[in-house]
Each structure stands twice: as structure tokens, then as C-alpha cells.
Design a protein around this ligand. Structure first.
Ligand SMILES: [Zn+2]
Length: 328
């Protein structure tokens, strides 16, 4: 054996057990964490970076509004120590599965996180058909406003909370607190990651404000009423949504109403979303000078992970700016 080889052998013998021990110690303690939707999963993944990886329920291009549980989701929940979700008003499909978990896992409903700014669903105008008059009108379109439709419960808060980076920070604080309590051995890592995430969120906030500054006064139409938090934070001008509740498709009467709204306001862009019928956008655009763009508020087209949240938010800013600054 050459001197070099024997040195290598010695060093690997010395170091290998140390590495194994360290890795083993960390992994034994890491809880199984399951997260409902991609934007929240991204925040959890950031805080768990270097420690572990959370599992995700609503994967791929699926939307939380129309999701049904898969067997793989059920088994992930069975093994979960901690589950993060936004709340009853958003991931209705999770209510029963979570109830059946009983006390086996720590369930964290993030819409209860301290420090969140919560906005109620808006009603009236081009946004909504919450009140009974409108409801009857929509009834003619052939769908029922059931209690299952999360956008319909009176007085309920809009749970697209993540579309404001300040709310993402409030949720991140709650996520870190939960993880540190469930896994004290890694508390220092969670704290370090939280600090880094918050720094990144503050920078994002600044970037977004700059991105949308030139198009603040230009009204636009969105596919579903998901953007209040973004509007509230950055003062952009959503003039209406094609559908109030993504579980139900809008009927002819509503499409006509939105079309008129575009003409009346001179809305320059109508934004589709990747999960939902682009045809409807073309219908409301017809005969107007408005353009179409795409917004992806639930990250259907993005790959899950720590960067997703930032891609999602920056994507909204850039799409708005691109479409609206080309408008006349
Ligand atoms: Zn939504």
C-alpha cells in the first residue's frame, strides 16, 4: 500500500463514523412534516433547509379549490408529526382527513398565526355574488352555491393570505415556532433559516413595490378573486374577477357583465390562470382592446421548494407589469 493510499484509508476510517453519527443524530429527531399547498410548503421548506424536507399534498398543477385527496396523501398524513395548512376556508378537502388523524399529529392552521393581516371576502360589484339577489341571478347559470364553496361563506376571511409578503413573514414565524417545539435539537437551524427567509421576504417586498409602481393606475381583470392581499399591499387595481369561486364556472350572464366592465373601465388586461379554462378569458376579451396575460397565484406551474414562493410573487409582479405597461 502506498503512503498516499494508507493516509486516505486512515482519514476515511477516522472521519466516516463521525459523519454517520452526526447525520444519524440529526435525522432521528426530524419530525415528518406535511404541508397542504405549494406556497406554504415553500415557506416550510425554507425553514427546514439543511434539516429535512416537508411533504406536499396539492402537487403539480392541481388547485386547492378543486382538489381531491389521493391515497399517497392519506399515507403521508398517517405518518405526519406536524401538518401545516391554511385553514377550513381554503383546503376544505383536508377537513375530514385531518379530523380522523385525531391527536396523532400537531395540526397547525396558519390562518390563526399571530400578526396576520386578514381581509374579508369582498362583496358586490364585479367581484361577487354573495348577497341573495346576485345568488339567484347566478343560480340561473346552473350551479348551486353550496357551503362547500369556500368563497361563499358570509363574513369569512379571504385565505389567499400568502399573496402579501408581510403575511408570509407572520406565517413563517409560526412555522418556525412550531418546528422548534416539535424538534428542539434543530431549533437553532430553524431560527437561522427563519432569519434568512425574513431577510429575503423583505427584499422581495421592496422589489415588488418597484416592479408594479408604473402600472398602479391601470385596471385589470383576474380569473378568480385571489389577489386582494397583493392589491392591498401594492395598491394595484383589480377591477373584477371572471369567477368568484373557482369550483364553479361562470355562466353567460357573468361573462357578459365582466365584458361590459372591461369596456366601461378600459381595463387593459385580463389574466388567466394556468389551472382554469383559458377559453373564458377569450370570451370576455372579444371585441375589446384588452390583452390577455397569465397569473399563477397558487403556483400551478412552479416546482415545489424553497424558491417557489419568490418565483410565485415575482412572477405576479412581472406578469402585471408586462401586460399592463403594453396597454394603451
Ligand atoms: Zn384561490
Amino acid at each position: 500500500m502506498s503512503l498516499k493510499n494508507s493516509l486516505l484509508l486512515t482519514s476515511s476510517l477516522v472521519f466516516a463514523p463521525t459523519i454517520l453519527l452526526a447525520a444519524g443524530a440529526a435525522h432521528a429527531e426530524v419530525p415528518n412534516v406535511v404541508v397542504s399547498i405549494k406556497p406554504i410548503h415553500s415557506l416550510v421548506a425554507s425553514i427546514m433547509q439543511g434539516v429535512g424536507e416537508p411533504a406536499l399534498i396539492v402537487e403539480g398543477a392541481a388547485s386547492p379549490h378543486t382538489y381531491s385527496m389521493k391515497p399517497s396523501n392519506a399515507s403521508a398524513l398517517e405518518k405526519a408529526n406536524v401538518v401545516f395548512w391554511v385553514g377550513h376556508g381554503l383546503e376544505a378537502f383536508l377537513e375530514k382527513p385531518l379530523e380522523s388523524l385525531g391527536s396523532k399529529a400537531k395540526l397547525v392552521e396558519l390562518d390563526d398565526a399571530p400578526g396576520l393581516e386578514k381581509l374579508k371576502f369582498r362583496e358586490g360589484g364585479a367581484f361577487e355574488a354573495h348577497d341573495h339577489g346576485d345568488e339567484h341571478e347566478e343560480g340561473a347559470e346552473g350551479h348551486a352555491h353550496g357551503e362547500a364553496g369556500h368563497h361563499h361563506d358570509e363574513g369569512e376571511f379571504d385565505l389567499h393570505l400568502w399573496l402579501d409578503p408581510a403575511n408570509a413573514t407572520a406565517m413563517a414565524v409560526e412555522i418556525e415556532k412550531t418546528l422548534a417545539a416539535a424538534d428542539p435539537d434543530n431549533a437553532a437551524a430553524y431560527k437561522t433559516n427563519l432569519d434568512a427567509l425574513n431577510t429575503r421576504l423583505a427584499a422581495l417586498d421592496k422589489t415588488l413595490a418597484e416592479t408594479v409602481a408604473p402600472i398602479k393606475d391601470k385596471p385589470f381583470i383576474v380569473f378568480h378573486d385571489a389577489y386582494q392581499y397583493f392589491e392591498h399591499r401594492y395598491q394595484v387595481k383589480v377591477a373584477g374577477s371572471i369567477t368568484v369561486s373557482p369550483e364553479t364556472l361562470p355562466g353567460a350572464a357573468r361573462l357578459k357583465q365582466i365584458h361590459e366592465k372591461i369596456v366601461e373601465l378600459g381595463a387593459t388586461c385580463v389574466f388567466a390562470e394556468p389551472q382554469f379554462e383559458p377559453k373564458l378569458v377569450n370570451v370576455v376579451l372579444e371585441g375589446t382592446s384588452a390583452k390577455s396575460g397569465t397569473l399563477d397565484p397558487e403556483a400551478a406551474t412552479l416546482e415545489a421548494g424553497p424558491d417557489l414562493y419568490f418565483q410565485l410573487m415575482e412572477g405576479i409582479g412581472v406578469s402585471l407589469k408586462t401586460c399592463l405597461s403594453n396597454g394603451s
